[in-house]
Design a binder for this molecule. Structure first.
Ligand SMILES: Cc1ncc(COP(=O)(O)O)c(C=O)c1O
Length: 381
């Protein structure tokens, strides 16, 4: 049987990983500033994470949600404390798309409405409703086409206000990434997020903060939406939550009440996933990783801004993007081939940095040196 060929891939086989480094099957070492789509939050194979999972594996890995799983309550309490949203309610699932699917659905159950406001360049996942709210026609199958999603320009307060004025009573939810990831590292303005909050309050819509990529400490705050100083009604999470162990979740504000059987899952909240997520939060606190993300992010952005050949350095914490002009368009490829450094990309010409939140200064320096060296070489050739 062949694999269903859905992505172009790098011809590299990674067999080992530790911290911010991975090794291929030839023993070659790579600096990983991509974390496999922003997933590695506390570092590859972190010893505390490995130990927690190993210990749990020897007790019980899975049982369904038909029984009590105290680890879920432990995770809810810890997540509430670390995120500062202690009065929210936790629903566990397995991926980012699933988290957004549940968020959008729950919002609709809550206010009985159908319309969703999403934004240009948004990416919310591949499942039916999440993909309908994703601004890429290539991902939307005919069966997912719907009139229920309204796309508006990102950070355009006037357009948002006009939309609510016209049909505010029909809008169930507004879904927005605090920092667009796949869309190219576009930071939502503080005033825009505040405007979403006030319009949702005024019209009874649900503010959904897609924090799948920009959440879990990546921005230097637990949620990048926290920069706006307002609370969303639902936050969706995944990626960094399990540091590579598949887990997703939504946290739900107290005014949204649960009803039996509206949401459900077989695998969500299983014992192994819960300990993986607990281990991540424990390491985040112990190693003060949010502070490190702020510090290393500032260093990287400042150094990148000094390199005149690259443009429009942006982002928060360790979610950084910059534009690569045509003259140095091979920068990403050359960083990988010549310097053994993994970075991410966004179309058409953005390099995305999404390293472990434990990134060390010497590794950040090595990256900056490699960028400068590579640009010099490309200029000569
Ligand atoms: C902002 C955002 N939301 C949702 C998703 C979907 O997550 P998953 O691939 O875990 O379904 C992604 C994945 O890249 C994402 O970046």
């Amino acid at each position: 049987m062949n694999l269903f060929d859905v992505y172009p891939i790098n011809p590299i086989t990674i067999t080992k990983a530790k911290g911010s480094y991975v090794w291929d099957d030839q023993g070659e070492q790579y600096l990983d500033l991509y974390g496999g789509h922003a997933v590695i939050s506390i570092g590859h194979t972190h010893p505390h994470w490995v130990k927690r999972i190993e210990e749990q594996l020897n007790k019980i890995a899975f049982y369904s949600n038909s029984i009590k799983i105290p680890l879920q309550e432990e995770l809810a309490a810890k997540l509430g404390k670390v995120s500062g949203k202690e009065d929210y309610q936790l629903f566990l699932c397995n991926s980012g798309a699933e988290a957004n699917e549940n968020a959008l659905k729950l919002a609709s159950f809550h206010n009985g409405r159908k319309k969703i406001v999403a934004f240009n360049k948004a990416f919310h996942g591949r499942t039916s409703l999440a993909v309908s709210a994703t601004d890429n026609k290539n991902y939307i199958a005919p069966v997912n086409e719907t009139d229920n999603v309204i796309f508006l320009p990102f950070n355009d307060e006037a357009a948002l206000e006009a939309c609510f004025k016209k049909q505010g009573d029909e809008i169930s939810s507004v879904i927005i990434e605090g920092i667009q990831g796949v869309g190219g590292i576009n930071v939502a303005d503080v005033s825009f997020l505040k405007k979403i909050r006030s319009l949702c309050d005024q019209y009874g819509a649900v503010y959904i903060a897609d924090s799948v990529q920009c959440g879990y400490g990546r921005s230097g705050k637990f949620f990048s939406h926290d920069f706006a100083g307002v609370n969303a009604d639902i936050y969706s999470m995944a990626k960094g939550m399990g540091n590579g162990f598949p887990i997703g979740s939504i946290i739900i504000a107290p005014h949204i009440k649960p009803k039996h059987f509206q949401l459900g899952t077989t695998f969500g909240g299983n014992h192994l996933a819960c300990v993986a997520a607990l281990a991540v939060l424990e390491v985040m606190e112990e190693e003060k990783l949010l502070g490190n993300a702020v510090m290393m992010g500032k260093y990287l952005r400042e150094e990148l801004e000094k390199i005149e050949e690259i443009e429009n350095v942006r982002g928060r914490g360790l979610m950084i993007g910059f534009d690569v002009p045509e003259e140095i368009k091979d920068l990403k490829k050359n960083l990988l081939m010549n310097h053994k450094i993994f970075t991410g990309e966004a179309k058409p010409n953005v390099i995305r940095l999404l390293p472990s939140l434990g990134l060390k200064k010497r590794d950040a320096e090595m990256f900056i040196d490699a960028v400068k060296e590579e640009i010099e070489v490309m200029k000569v050739n």
